[in-house]
Write a protein that binds this ligand. Structure first.
Ligand SMILES: [Ca+2]
Ligand SMILES: [Ca+2]
Ligand SMILES: [Ca+2]
Length: 307
């Protein structure tokens, strides 16, 4: 009798335990709705993306803050100067220094010598060589020899130049970067730049091994900037032909057509050229996955859906 009661008690206990486990399993399997938390701010035309109080006091007017994913959290241009009177980016005020905020929270600076400026509004922060340290890419312009592409990074706790291309040749000869992408599909990033975009530009591909820039393919007859404009993004890196590899889209030198290039063959292949009803003027906008908006100088925009 006693054994029977114990047996019933044991069965009751097992049943309750199974029921509890089942309820627990159902609770765990029930999806919990995820609510995104966000804040919305409508920025009037011409206003900077960040309030001026957030930015350092000596930030270059109308410049952008770059963001890195490794040892550099933020990068911005500073120490405005008028010592390089070219004015290709809308005024004759250029940057004399780069500052970065490290992931550890320190602010580091690199101040250029007085023979040169950063003639650029966009510090581009990428780990180009895959060593888990960020590089900041900028256009440096020298009074004697014009523009070069410069990479800076943090070494031994200091912000220092790491590599630089040869200057174009003389004062006033400028370049405008297109951006950074793996355009040949080998798993390594390339840097794309348009040399002299206002006088018959040349699209140039550079690779970077952590020590030097190596010049690769180039294509003549392109442009990605209107003289005097602050817009440096008149180009796009996107997969136009659907092969999974980024292609380069830039206006022709007269900006009356856009040209799309693949770099994954032995030489750059222009596989598409589209005429525009007015000259391209302003930053291209990529709407993933395959739409490109091209602003035109008459205020219209051309929308291109690649496939
Ligand atoms: Ca790196
Ligand atoms: Ca590559
Ligand atoms: Ca492609």
């Amino acid at each position: 009798m006693k054994r029977s009661r114990m047996s019933e008690s044991s069965r009751w206990y097992r049943s309750v335990r199974c029921l509890a486990l089942a309820i627990f399993a159902v609770i765990c399997a029930t999806p919990v709705p995820t609510l995104a938390q966000f804040r919305v701010l409508i920025i009037p035309p011409g206003e900077p993306a960040l309030a001026s109080s957030v930015l350092p006091r000596d930030v270059l007017p109308d410049s952008h803050v770059g963001h890195g994913a490794n040892d550099i959290v933020q990068a911005w241009l500073a120490m405005p100067t008028t010592r390089y009177a070219h004015g290709i980016l809308g005024d004759k005020i250029e940057a004399g220094a780069l500052r970065v905020k490290t992931r550890a929270g320190a602010v580091l600076s690199y101040v250029l010598p007085l023979d040169s400026v950063f003639e650029d509004l966009i510090p581009r922060v990428h780990d180009i060589d895959g060593d888990s340290r960020d590089e900041v890419l900028l256009v440096r312009s020298r009074l004697q020899s014009g523009s070069s592409l410069m990479a800076l990074g943090i070494r031994d706790g200091k912000l220092v130049p790491i590599a630089e291309t040869e200057p174009i040749g003389r004062e006033g000869l400028w370049m405008n970067p297109v951006g950074v992408a793996d355009i040949d599909g080998d798993g390594r990033l390339e840097v794309l730049v348009v040399l002299t975009p206002h006088i018959g530009g040349t699209l140039v591909e550079y690779s970077f091994d952590g020590a030097v820039f190596k010049k690769g393919h180039s294509v003549d007859g392109v442009s990605n900037h209107v003289a005097g404009s602050r817009d440096q993004g008149m180009s796009a890196l996107m997969d136009v032909n659907g092969d999974g590899i980024a292609d380069v889209v830039v206006p022709a030198a007269d900006r009356l057509s856009i040209r799309a290039f693949a770099f994954d063959e032995k030489r750059p292949l222009e596989f598409t050229r589209i005429g525009l009803p007015a000259r391209a003027s302003g930053n291209f906008v990529v709407i993933p996955p395959n739409t490109l908006l091209v602003p035109l100088e008459d205020g219209r925009r051309m929308r291109i859906d690649w496939r």
